[in-house]
Each structure stands twice: as C-alpha cells, then as structure tokens.
Ligand binder design. Structure first.
Ligand SMILES: C[S@@+](CC[C@H](N)C(=O)[O-])C[C@H]1O[C@@H](n2cnc3c(N)ncnc32)[C@H](O)[C@@H]1O
Length: 271
C-alpha cells in the first residue's frame, strides 16, 4: 500500500536486524519469540519505511562488495553498480601490487569509503587515500575502515577534488556526482530526499567533476597508472571526449549488472 518496491525484502531486513535473527533461524525456529523492545523498534522502523525512508538508511548500513559499510546523512548509500568499478580496476591493482610490492589508490569522492575499502579488502599490499569535500563523509569512511580492520592502510583527506592532494598514485578512482542539476528534482524520492545533494549534483550538464578530474589528474598519476570513473549510463561519449582532450586514451568500458555502460578506465596517451 505504501508503494515500496520490494516490501517483503525490506521487512525481512528490518526484522532480522532489529531482532538479531538470521534467515536460517527464521526457517529452523519460526516460533522463536522476540522481546517487546525489539518489536517496538521494528514497528518504529517499519513506520519510517512506510513514510518513504530507504531501508538501508533505517538500518544505518549497506553491504558493498561483501563489506558492511555504515552510512551517515553525509554519505551516499553505495550502490551495487559501483561494484563494477571495483571489479574493473581490481586486476590492475593486483598486478601493480605484485610487480611493485604496493599499489597506491586515490579514491576521489570516497563517501563511505566504498571503492577504496573494497579494493583494500581484496589486495593486502594496496594502500588508499579517500578524498571528499564532506568532513562528515570522511569521518564515516574512516570509521568504516577501522571497523573492517583496514584503518592502517587507509587515510582520509578533506579536499575539493585535487586541491590538497599530494604525491602520485597508481590508480585514481572515483564515482563523482554525475546527475545534471536540472534532473535532481526528477530523481526517485528515495534518492533525492535521502542521498546528499553534494553526492549527486554534477553541475549544469552533469559532467563538471569529470572536467576537473581529467584536467588535474596527470599531476597525481604514476606514468603507467590508470584512472577509473563511474559514469551515468548515457555519458560514455562525453566523458571519453573530456579525457581524450586532456591526454588520455580509453583502456576499458565496463557494464553494470543492468547492462548499462557504467565504468570507464583511462591511461595516459604519452606516459
Ligand atoms: C556519487 S558520491 C560517491 C560516494 C562513494 N564513492 C560511492 O561510490 O558510494 C560522490 C562523492 O563525491 C563527493 N564530492 C562532491 N563534490 C566534491 C568535491 N568538489 N571534492 C571532493 N569530493 C566531492 C561527495 O561528497 C560524495 O561523497
């Protein structure tokens, strides 16, 4: 009745989380009793869900690449499509770590730390810096890193893109805001009302962040390094054009789970 897309799934996630039960328990012990405090918490959470709040905002976390990431009001809820970026760049991160003993990753617009932490969890010789303009997001990213036992290989930097970045990186990765400002109002309520606008708004044509990243990345990229960016599903041509004009050539196009072009990888044309 509340037009929730998958009410059974959301109800199950809420009940499991707040009653501390598992799907296996629900099958093995369906008569298991749940205490009054948990029932009150479940009722309150369901009311928030019916009022339109996304289920993971209510739970306070979302799984990404097998990692549990805490959310805060300043962080985008990481999406499964962004796992495409992790998968796309992972072979290069692994190969660099094997060849050089280390792979330095710069995650631009790190949010919850999703991209950087997924790569660190998969490659023990990698280290990452998560950049964000939002102090609140960086606090959440650092907390996630510590909770996942990755805190010693992850650092955060409050910066407007490259403004305060220093050093050179083997991989510069990012899922920048890429929605055109005019389209923000037409987004699903759950996105528009609960993901931070700063994480969504890519300027007049949605491409502002790519222009800055393409123009400035060369000063921070190792000669044989790679840039990997998530894009909106109609933006491949434009984003490729922006990076080509800045001296990069395409090194891969990757599709998300829905078959949309979602991730582009670039390397320097003349390293
Ligand atoms: C689409 S979200 C991506 C978050 C996370 N990387 C993910 O994939 O779930 C974009 C992120 O870029 C950050 N951001 C926006 N403008 C920025 C800027 N000028 N400099 C640095 N980060 C910025 C936002 O705060 C947000 O965390």
């Amino acid at each position: 009745a509340a037009a929730v897309a998958d009410p059974a799934l959301d109800a199950r996630l809420i009940v499991e989380h707040l009653s501390g039960t598992t799907p296996t328990q629900a099958i093995a012990d369906p008569e298991c009793s749940v205490d009054a405090a948990a029932i009150a918490a479940i009722d309150a959470a369901l009311r928030r869900r019916v009022a339109g709040e996304p289920v993971h905002r209510i739970l306070g976390y979302r799984e990404f690449y097998g990692l549990r990431l805490s959310l805060s009001p300043e962080t985008l809820e990481p999406r499964p499509d962004t796992e495409t970026l992790v998968e796309a760049v992972l072979p290069f991160v692994k190969a660099t770590a094997e060849r050089q003993g280390q792979c330095r990753i710069l995650d631009l617009g790190t949010g919850t730390g999703a991209i950087a932490l997924a790569l660190l969890s998969a490659v023990p010789a990698a280290v990452a810096t998560g950049v964000d303009i939002s102090q609140g997001a960086l606090a959440t990213a650092m907390r996630n890193a510590r909770e996942l036992g990755l805190g010693d290989r992850f650092q955060v930097l409050e910066s407007d893109w490259f403004e305060k970045v220093f050093g050179r990186y083997h991989v510069i990765a990012g899922n920048p805001p890429y929605i055109a400002s005019i389209d923000i109002e037409n987004l699903q309520d759950e996105v528009r009302d609960f993901d931070p606008r700063q994480a969504l708004d890519g300027g007049v044509d949605g491409l502002s962040s790519y222009r800055i990243i393409a123009a400035e990345a060369a000063g921070f990229l190792e000669a044989e390094g790679r840039i990997a960016v998530e894009i909106g599903h109609t933006q491949r041509k434009e984003v490729t054009g922006i990076f080509s004009a800045a001296g990069y050539m395409p090194a891969g196009v990757f599709r998300d789970f829905g078959g949309n072009e979602r991730v582009l990888i670039f390397e320097l044309t003349n390293p």
